[in-house]
Design a protein around this ligand. Structure first.
Ligand SMILES: [Zn+2]
Length: 301
């Protein structure tokens, strides 16, 4: 059995995993105070959540073979640089290696989620795959001929930071007009809240998707259409580059399976003028939904 840790832009989750099965998981959402000293908060909650999941399963840490971490942003040599979390070269691997005797692996979260879907989930029957994680930000991974593509130095595959708007909105990475500023679920939520005068209200992704977007369909239609258009541009760029057999959506966007937003997006992607070749890859959502990262943190490790 292994421990998987999913470090996200707004939370940390810890689970015990056996192959593709998440036996138990617990998570903690970062408060604004936690974010003021984010490095300490991450380490503190990881320790606490590991204790809690082991206790609830009636297990001891000695029964765990390995500990894998799925982390946002760029991961290089166990160090995390994430603009969303405000981390620069944070060596989580070294910290965890001092506390635990198990081997530790820290890997980019988009790649972890993609590994889970490729090995056990929605992409398991395909060789050429593009995985796009859409949540607080946008990340992902690509497989060609069944192999996960990985640059030697950085994480690569920063799909969220390809420029799609000249002189566009400033991004946390320092550039302008990045894909994730226009096509993340966070960006959609910001636009819908602004439109409905709800900027100070804390709403869940589910409430936005199932209640607001239905009840206020006419009011938010332009915002939703804009979101779909930007998403189409980015996804079609990826299709033209990789020519995948399948595109899999992960992160919060995986909950849009069967939703009119995803249906409209697929229709727009399949229009002949959207892609260079007459590419019609299969478009699916992640089987493991938001658990893909935590499960994938332990895949092939
Ligand atoms: Zn950016």
């Amino acid at each position: 059995m292994k421990i998987g840790i999913d470090l996200g832009g707004s939370h940390v989750g810890v689970g015990i995993i056996e192959d593709a099965n998440l036996l138990i998981s617990k998570d903690k959402i970062f408060t604004p105070e936690d974010k003021e000293n984010i490095e300490n908060s991450i380490v503190k909650y990881i320790d606490k959540l590991i204790d809690e999941v082991l206790t609830e399963q009636g297990m001891s840490i000695d029964q765990i073979e390995k500990i894998g971490v799925a982390a946002p942003g760029t991961v290089s040599g166990g160090c995390i640089t994430s603009y969303n979390l405000g981390l620069k070269g944070f060596n989580l691997q070294a910290i965890l290696e001092q506390k635990y005797t198990q081997p530790i692996r820290v890997k980019n979260d988009g790649k972890c989620a993609a590994l889970a879907e490729k090995k056990y989930g929605a992409m398991k029957d395909y060789e050429d795959c593009v995985f796009v994680n859409i949540g607080t930000g946008v990340g992902g991974a690509a497989f060609l001929d069944g192999k996960l593509l990985e640059p030697a130095k950085y994480s690569g595959f920063e799909f969220g930071h390809m420029t799609i708007v000249k002189d566009g909105i400033e991004c946390t990475c320092g550039k302008r007009g990045c894909f994730e500023r226009y096509a993340s679920i966070k960006s959609l939520k910001t636009r819908i809240k602004r439109r409905l005068d709800m900027e100070d209200v804390d709403i869940s992704g589910q409430y936005m998707r199932e209640e607001l977007m239905v009840k206020y369909h006419n009011e938010v239609r332009n915002d939703v259409n804009d979101f779909i258009s930007y998403l189409r541009i980015g996804i079609c760029n990826l299709i033209d580059i990789f020519e995948p057999e399948v595109v899999c959506f992960g992160g919060s966007f995986s909950y849009y399976e069967g939703h009119p937003v995803l249906q409209q997006l697929i229709e727009e992607i399949y229009k002949p003028e959207s892609t260079f070749n007459d590419s019609k890859p299969k478009i699916v959502t992640a089987e493991f939904k938001n658990n893909a990262g935590i499960i994938g943190a332990t895949v092939d490790f």
